[in-house]
Write a new protein. Sequence first.
Length: 101
Amino acid sequence: MPLHQWHQHQPKLNNFIKNARFNGLLLEHEGDQWVEVMKTPVHYIWTVFEDDDGNIFMRNGYQVRGRIGYVISEQMHNAHATIFVDGITRDLLETRILEDH
């Protein structure tokens, strides 16, 4: 699935870090952010990960291997099928929403 179609799942902003990576969406695997991921039903979790060739993807559900972080969505996905989201570049992953000063 292309990244622009994935947005139909309505990703939620990271409420713990205002300038989180991946345009404010990425939850890291630590502290309160990790607790939030673990208490979220799997139907709303997306894992951002890097494959063995260094490509960055996102897939529905929880994944440990190669994980970079997680995104939680408002709309649930089909947890019975694997959905891969492509079109995620390293630059996009590192994009942060900056606060106005």
